[in-house]
Write a protein that binds this ligand. Sequence first.
Ligand code: SF4
Ligand code: SF4
Ligand code: SF4
Ligand code: FES
Length: 946
Amino acid sequence: MSLVHETDFGTPLAKSEKMITLTIDGQVIEVPEGTSIMRAAMEMGTQIPKLCATDMLEAFGSCRMCLVEIEGRAGTPASCTTPVTPGMVVRTQTERLKKLRKGVMELYISDHPLDCLTCAANGDCELQTQAGAVGLRDVRYGYSGDNHLHAKKDESNPYFTYDPAKCIVCNRCVRACEEVQGTFALTIDGRGFESRVAAGQNDAFLDSDCVSCGACVQACPTATLTEKSVIAIGQPEHSVVTTCAYCGVGCTFKAEMRGEEVVRMVPYKDGKANRGHSCIKGRFAWGYATHKERILKPMIRAKISDPWREVSWAEAIAHTASEFRRLQKKYGVRSVGGITSSRCTNEEVFLVQKMIRANFGNNNVDTCARVCHSPTGYGLSTTFGTSAGTQDFDSVEHVDVALIIGANPTDGHPVFASRLKKRLREGAKLIVIDPRRIDLVKSPHVEVAHHLALRPGTNVAMVTALAHVIVTEGLVNEDFVRTRCDWDEFQDWAAFVAEARNSPEEVEKVSGVPAQDIRAAARLYATGGNAAIYYGLGVTEHSQGSTTVMAIANLAMATGNLGRPGVGVNPLRGQNNVQGACDMGSFPHEFSGYRHVSGDATREMFEDLWGVHLDSEPGLRIPNMLDAAVDGTFKGLYVQGEDILQSDPNTKHVAAGLAAMECVVVQDLFLNETANYAHVFLPGSTFLEKDGTFTNAERRIQRVRKVMSPLNGKADWEITLDLAKALGSNMHYDHPSEIMDEIAQATPTFKNVSYALLDEKGSVQWPCNDASPDGMPVMHVNGFARGKGKFVITEYVPTDERTGPRFPLLLTTGRILSQYNVGAQTRRTENVIWHEEDVLEIHPHDAEERGVRDADWVKILSRSGETSLRAKITDRVAPGVVYTTFHHPDSQANVITTDFSDWATNCPEYKVTAVQVAPSNGPSAWQDSYAEQARQSRRILNDAAE
Ligand code: SF4
Ligand code: SF4
Ligand code: SF4
Ligand code: FES
């Protein structure tokens, strides 16, 4: 194994189809119009010295290292900023050029510490490389003149250092922050010799607007901005291309290693979702993989009040199998079930559902993906015929109008947000529908055209009102609708949305959004060019989640915004493998590829393939399993990679269900909250320790590659396999690629997928079969998967969760950039310094009415429970709305969320809870006892680790 080196062409790829022929150093080459001379030379293998140029950024032309001679032109232009022209004759290496470059390099080196041997970038420094390339042997000016050699380091960021002594003021970091990340946190401060990079107003990095994405660190050609992990460990010696295990963007990374130790994660330029960029989580927050609180040995206990007892893998597996068999014998075949994880690989998910269907002998399998995105599957398969988003992320480069609804991409899907912001800076327009003023509403060089700050719970009314304007103002794309959709259904729908009760004026009364803003947003969406809708859990996690997804699909069909780049309906999936977990048959009623268990042909195919009889009755969803447990009929649960006690609604009910079971098996990295109710703990493995695939929000199937041996001795798929065998299965796999072969054999949309294909192509977007052998970036190009697109009437039904005198405020929840989901991983990294605790955002009027000051403890009460948090007074939320995140178990927002759920899929209504907020003295009683319990288990674990 060696380091994967990606060629740096110096300037970005030109996208013109017109080709230009020129001659460089006597060789004739043809390149697209708009290509720089530097890139053209690089394409033919000639490296022109450079310092300020890199192909992730537009050419800047400041360092003067890349000078060339062009026949017929005076002077020595910079090759990075000079585009090719037809017939141009270029020389890259002449005596004059050599002298000029050497002179420039001398100036740089005269103000640079000569500590190469002890520098962290030794061997990976472009200044060092270029000094070698220009043949620098001496510095005529000496080293005693004015210099910056004693400038103070900024160590404030936990992941990288800034050492101004080594800065060559090439501006690459500043441009990376602007062009790639879109944060504009850096500037060049001072002039001439005094100029240096500054974060914010010469703040420490940590105190500036920097969001720690690391793009500047990656862009820096010297050791000025360097990962602390590289400083601590040294330069990597090999790398492995793999996929981020955090959000649904699915960024590709090079895991750069020394032996089995990760030195750094570098976003891969060939990654088709991220195109060489990442956020703080993927790039830096991988330390949890070796955190001392990881559990590495299996443990069992007879009762949840007993202490854990470490056992061998053999004993743990045999005990688990015998418990499940005992329960089934005593309480019936359907008394046990399991939960798959959207954090695990496709192969692991497939194996868990196979074991449940084939070896438990029932369909009691569900997934955390239902808890966030099942309305997407239901809504999009009803309207379009496929349970997935319609586009790829590259599509955003063609968007003219982006409509973001119920999503906060800069926090939840940061790399997509950066790509979107780039397009917005190029002139695309933005509509945001969200109760909260998310960052995209106004950030450097980005300003929303319309922010419709609706009351939580009124999405359906709002999207239907947009449709009302489109229909009644004659903005429907009739050609598209007549040729691509069911015309009769369209007419029924058009008559429905045109009713006065769906007008913006009426919807203003429930949503609180001025009618003229709704009208203006609808007109922009319908007439502004390519319009794309991106949505998140703010759409799905409602009692009408599925209805909103269908309302969104209606909008896209009515305006013809489907089937080409730049348009479409794009669900932004929460966890890394939400799409895959759904695709792999995690639902109690569906096999892989969304085929109902009652379908005889599909079931018989699986029966033949697996050699078992399969149940044709759909099984239980998680809430039904918990209800049945409380009722005494459901007794055993296998939970892989999920913390339902923290992530599922109505914590008290989840706890009651778990407590009523006789055998709860938790397979995870850490002793999570659910493990408090477990009888068996099977230590899980991280994405760094296994092979497999994840499927991201754009249906892209990507390889996860093992970079280190599992610390617990087994990858998750091996644990499930062992358990299935102990239950009597004869299934056998030597490698996850064989599981993927079985998935492909059994799932029409995956028919051509194999590890060989993924290794060859990098990734593919399903469907990948004989009809689309290379996968399908944009769906529904010539027709919908279901045939005619289906318009569905979307009647607005207010949620039963109402405000009133006791609970006058509406609580809605979301994420923050530095943390992920229930925080099990990110809380065990340095990311905690950005978010030590969940806080409650409250509008100044609501705070004043209640006598709450900023940072005060407040109690939040709902019909389900209470918790306490510190208040953050802000007008990001409207009066009447409060907001919090759910990353910390000691605040547990889900203690207060209710049992209401989506009518079609049971997806919980996390986004609307009626609450009251009142000042309090500190944490609630349950939080105090939780904190004490957590302290105790940490002490025990730390003692054990020592
Ligand atoms: S880490 Fe990212 S946000 Fe921070 S300064 Fe660098 S590029 Fe900008
Ligand atoms: S910090 Fe690095 S990238 Fe930024 S100007 Fe200095 S040398 Fe260039
Ligand atoms: S968390 Fe999401 S955006 Fe961030 S690096 Fe991972 S996949 Fe990319
Ligand atoms: S690389 Fe062209 S001017 Fe710096």
